[in-house]
Design a protein around this ligand. Structure first.
Ligand code: AMP
Ligand code: MG
Length: 335
């Protein structure tokens, strides 16, 4: 049985977990919540530095309280990117220190792939088209010929950031996504907004600005509703096209924006129409979490991938399609 300790800290969540092949054994999370405005990268990194040793200590205590010994841990995994540079460096430093202390290998995990793998672990999905929608990222991806290919992605900001930015302008507190969802439920009419899909890519910054402008002449409820309808339809359109092109028959939703019930409903309808299965992991595995890094680290470690300390630099724009997926045999694919 392999056991891996993983640390996530690309943005506002500092989270560490210990997993084995069967389950998450222990997990501890500390979340940075800005008092005003959005995520401030330096403040988020200071938060992570402040709580790093506390989180690891509590994690190891929880692990030992369940009757395990830290000597069982085979590797230390960490989120190597993409994310906020200052946050990534803080977490990488903790991970290196732990690997040296316990004298075990380090594994560098791509954060986006972490979301995909925990979804495959915690739902029946085997070879899905993945819609990964979070604060900083928006991507449609899937496995093909040894890599997680990006079929479509945002050309500017992530959908979560677009919702948060609009919400801030409307006087709502961070994170804005859940509040926009609440207001949207009370809308009475649709307001015309930009719909930007270029090939397989989408763009949200113009939509966010147009929504802010639309507040001058329309109710907050109607604008929130119209923003969501357009943004989510753009995401669902590209996800559907990815299904059609690849011939895959499953959709997996990942990332914090995946909590949105309207987005789930739209994906559900599309999947139903196409005869595809739609999977949503339980909420604790959708947003950023330590378990997804630990589990992906476990898959990588078991298939022979580790990272020498001297080349363990972080990469704020680390793309998932640059990682060799050594843990999936190509013949597992539905071609
Ligand atoms: P993550 O980056 O994966 O941790 O997700 C954080 C993002 O998810 C933030 O931008 C939130 O505004 C967004 N979010 C969380 N819940 C919802 C929701 N119910 N609807 C839309 N966005 C949400
Ligand atoms: Mg994420």
């Amino acid at each position: 049985m392999t056991t891996v300790l993983g640390i996530e800290g690309t943005a506002w969540n500092l989270s560490a977990a210990i997993v084995d092949e069967d389950d998450v054994i222990a997990e501890v999370t500390e979340t940075y919540r800005p008092k005003t405005g959005g995520i401030h990268p330096r403040e988020a990194a200071q938060h992570h530095a402040l709580y790093a040793s506390d989180v690891i200590e509590r994690l190891l205590r929880e692990y030992q309280d369940k009757g395990y010994s830290p000597q069982n841990i085979d590797a230390i995994a960490f989120s190597q990117g993409p994310g906020l540079g200052a946050c990534l460096r803080t977490v990488a430093t903790s991970a290196r220190a732990l690997a040296l202390l316990l004298d075990i290998p380090l594994v560098g995990v791509n954060h986006c792939i972490g979301h995909v793998e925990i979804g495959r672990w915690k739902t029946p999905a085997i070879d899905p088209v993945v819609l990964y929608v979070s604060g900083g990222n928006s991507q449609v991806l899937g496995h093909r010929a040894g890599k997680y290919r990006i079929f479509g992605e945002t050309l500017d900001i992530g959908i979560g950031n677009a919702l948060d930015k609009f919400a801030r302008g409307a006087g709502l507190t961070h994170p804005g996504g859940p509040k926009v969802e609440e207001y949207a439920r009370k809308a009475t009419s649709y307001v015309k907004m930009p719909y930007v899909v270029k090939g397989m890519d989408f763009s949200f910054s113009g939509l966010s600005t147009a929504a802010t402008d639309a507040l001058k002449d329309n109710s907050l409820e109607d604008v929130c509703y119209s923003f969501q309808e357009n943004a989510f339809a753009m995401l669902v359109e590209v996800t559907e096209r990815a299904l059609a092109h690849t011939g895959k028959s499953e959709v997996l939703l990942a990332g914090g924006v995946g909590a949105n019930m309207r987005l789930r409903e739209m994906l559900d309808v599309m999947c139903e129409d196409r005869g595809a299965s739609f999977y949503v992991p339980e909420k604790r595995f959708m947003g950023d979490n330590g378990a997804m890094i630990a589990y992906t680290g476990l898959l990588m470690f078991d298939s022979g991938t580790t990272l020498p300390i001297e080349s363990s630099h972080v990469d704020p724009s680390f793309r998932p399609d640059t990682v060799d997926v050594t843990w999936i045999a190509d013949e597992q694919e539905v071609l």
